[in-house]
Design a protein. Structure first.
Ligand code: NAG
Ligand code: NAG
Ligand code: NAG
Length: 316
């Protein structure tokens, strides 16, 4: 009897063990929540529901007019929106990765104006020039002088990638935006007749499998990453912008951000355009929804919850 361990809760050994257990659980829960939920204070579902109308009304060819931000750089009298390159080799190479048509150019603009540091691109975006009056400045992709480098894939020359912001938009809107960009001239949408063609159907089906595959690969290849859902960015631009700046280790300059916001919403909203037809057949919906499910499962393995993108175009 004497050497039997006393298991009454009052025993100091048991209390000690209990306390230690509670301490461990807290540690574990804390770690899981910081890994699994990048964004614990907001539910993507709520954001999607609230932002749905806006998003559905948003210009479907977002990203098409790379120069669409032109009007936004007008400098306000009291606002200093100057930008600079950082010394060569001083910045990590962080990609701003997305499937085409996902709002990449807009994010590039937000980051550049809020931080005062130029961004780069693997593309020669419309509006790119060699002086401060240009919308975007040309730079060498591997020079490590910019805050981020816009890209649509990981095939970025032969330079070491240090991390990425992976921007994800629902494939219905992204595919439509990209099709419009590819099949129209600079300013207009693809003609309605184009959506009756086999070409559109084939494009959408191929693009949707690219969408899930590419984002899946990016998750796998880039451990230092931040996932940004386009729909959340539309819903709460300020919050998501701060989250990006934190990821990029940039101290937010609230004055710059305020100046940016004086025009950012207005200009963005001006791009909204209603589209009164749904170009997706139920067969296409099914294919795209299955790609969404595929990516949903992959993302779950990495601890992310994909917003409710299924049948996105039918939620109207
Ligand atoms: C935003 O920019 C436009 C075009 O540059 C300008 O006309 C407008 O006054 C600005 N809006 C605000 C609220 O300052
Ligand atoms: C899909 O990806 C392949 C390989 O990267 C590319 O050649 C093709 O153009 C893409 N198609 C669409 C519609 O995105
Ligand atoms: C797919 O979209 C079409 C066109 O809007 C719609 O009529 C149909 O109900 C959708 N199908 C599914 C399975 O959601």
């Amino acid at each position: 009897m004497a050497n039997r361990i006393n298991l009454r809760p009052t025993s100091p050994l048991v209390s000690g063990l209990l306390l230690f257990g509670i301490f461990l659980s807290i540690l574990i829960i804390y770690n899981i929540s910081s890994v699994k939920n990048e964004n614990p204070s907001r539910s993507p579902f709520r954001a999607i529901r609230n932002g749905l109308q806006d998003i559905l009304n948003a210009d479907p060819d977002d990203g098409k007019k790379e120069g669409a931000t032109e009007s936004k750089i007008q400098q306000q009298d009291h606002c200093i929106l100057n930008r600079k390159f950082m010394p060569k080799g001083s910045m990590p190479l962080i990609l701003l990765l997305s499937f085409p048509g996902s709002g990449n150019t807009w994010v590039r603009y937000l980051l550049e104006r809020s931080s005062g540091i130029y961004t780069g691109s693997v593309f020669n975006d419309v509006g790119t020039g060699n002086d401060d009056n240009a919308i975007f400045r040309a730079s060498e992709v591997c020079s490590k002088t910019t805050l981020v480098v816009k890209a649509h894939s990981l095939n970025v020359k032969k330079c070491h990638i240090d991390g990425a912001i992976i921007l994800v938009r629902n494939p219905y809107s992204a595919i439509l935006a990209e099709f419009n960009r590819q099949s129209s001239d600079k300013t207009s949408n693809a003609p309605i007749s184009a959506f009756k063609s086999e070409a559109w159907k084939n494009f959408a089906i191929e693009a949707s499998s690219n969408w899930s595959r590419k984002i899946g690969t990016q998750l796998e290849k880039i451990p230092n990453r931040m996932i940004l859902y386009y729909e959340n960015l539309v819903q709460d631009t300020n919050f998501e912008l701060h989250r990006m700046l934190e990821f990029l280790k940039v101290t937010p300059d609230e004055n710059r951000i305020r100046c940016l916001f004086e025009n950012v919403t207005g200009s963005f909203k001006r791009k909204h355009r209603k589209r009164d037809f749904n170009p997706y057949s139920s067969e296409m919906n099914d294919t795209i929804d299955s790609e969404i499910l595929k990516l949903r499962k992959i993302m779950k393995e990495y601890g992310y919850i994909l917003p409710p993108y299924e049948s996105y175009m039918t939620l109207k």
